[in-house]
Design a protein around this ligand. Structure first.
Ligand SMILES: [Zn+2]
Length: 324
């Protein structure tokens, strides 16, 4: 190789290294800019399991959070299994909010399997006094825990606070924004609670006969009502013939005029009870999940609970003269 060729190769080599460095720095700079833009404008990514948690999180986060409801509309929550897409979302989320291990045993399995060190997990049952389903002849510590904690407005206030605390932890610069939204939402819950307490005190009947699963234990306890459900805390177990005979007897002996039913579980039980006793049927929504139509029409946890109160007033025979 001539001396001239060696110099040429050397020059080409140096130029290539220079171009290489130039390209490296341009790309590095570009990625850096994108990352900064993303972290400045990025909304909190929040995964929630049930509708009430989804609605609370949306009210607290508003335009600063993307809130995702894992449970698809219309799906019965007790028999739900998450899809791979849900796991991908949770893997990339900032916050995961679930009702607790008694409502979503699957959530604990997911949390054990995903590798997202950034994830802040909110167990909504934290700080809440859980009650058990106590049937006749059973003691409280041998009976299952009732997981329907959102059907007590005081519990909801505790959940709202837990969510606001998590949002503030992940996004400290907007802490006061989340706190203000939580405070406003808790005021709405307090108003609804007062409406329930006052309306139900004017009702002649104090007994809710529910043709669905044992979902309204917290609500009944809060307002001093008796609650009798056809099924246990999960709607997967069908009632026995004896359970049904017992319900028919309760309806007849207490002169119950209305039986409540739920949409997602078994309407057959409600229809049978109505046919057998002549009691009319009224819808009472446990609010764990809502239909696609309801979601699209903008239904909220508060609007669902307002509809429930309307039907409770009819079913329990609200009358101003019955004030107690
Ligand atoms: Zn339930």
């Amino acid at each position: 190789m001539s001396k001239k060729s060696r110099i040429l190769i050397y020059i080409i080599f140096v130029v290539l290294i220079f171009i290489g460095f130039l390209v490296f720095f341009i790309i590095k700079n570009q990625i850096g800019t994108d990352n900064n833009a993303a972290s400045e404008n990025k909304k909190l990514q929040v995964a929630t399991t049930l509708f009430p948690l989804y609605d609370f999180a949306k009210n607290i986060g508003q335009d600063k959070a993307d809130v995702f409801l894992i449970l698809p509309p219309g799906v019965e929550p007790h028999s739900f299994d998450p899809k791979p897409g849900d796991l991908i979302f949770i893997n990339n989320a900032d916050i995961f909010i679930y009702t607790g291990k008694f409502m979503e045993p699957w959530a604990e399995d997911i949390l054990g399997s995903i590798k997202n060190e950034n994830l802040l997990v909110v167990d909504a049952s934290g700080g809440i006094n859980l009650i058990s389903l106590v049937a006749e002849g059973q003691s409280e510590n041998t009976t299952p825990i009732d997981p329907h904690i959102w059907l007590d407005f005081d519990n909801d206030k505790t959940i709202v606070d837990s969510i606001a605390t998590a949002f503030a932890e992940k996004d400290p610069k907007n802490k006061s924004f989340y706190e203000k939204n939580a405070k406003e939402y808790k005021m709405k819950l307090a108003e609804l609670d007062e409406k329930y307490a006052s309306s139900l005190s004017y009702c002649k009947s104090k007994k809710i006969i529910y043709a669905g699963h044992y979902a309204f234990g917290y609500l009944a306890k809060r307002y001093g009502l008796e609650y009798i459900a056809a099924q246990g805390i999960s709607p997967d177990a069908e009632p026995t013939i004896n359970d049904l005979i017992n319900l028919v007897n309760q309806i007849e002996s207490s002169n119950i005029k209305y039986v409540f039913y739920e949409e997602l579980a078994s309407p057959k039980i409600a229809e049978m009870l109505s046919k057998e006793t002549g009691a009319k049927l009224l819808f009472l929504n446990p609010a764990a999940n809502i239909s696609k139509e309801q979601l699209e029409s903008g239904a909220t946890f508060i609007s669902i609970m307002e509809s429930n109160l309307k039907n409770l007033k009819i079913g329990l025979e609200y009358n101003k003269e019955y004030n107690q």
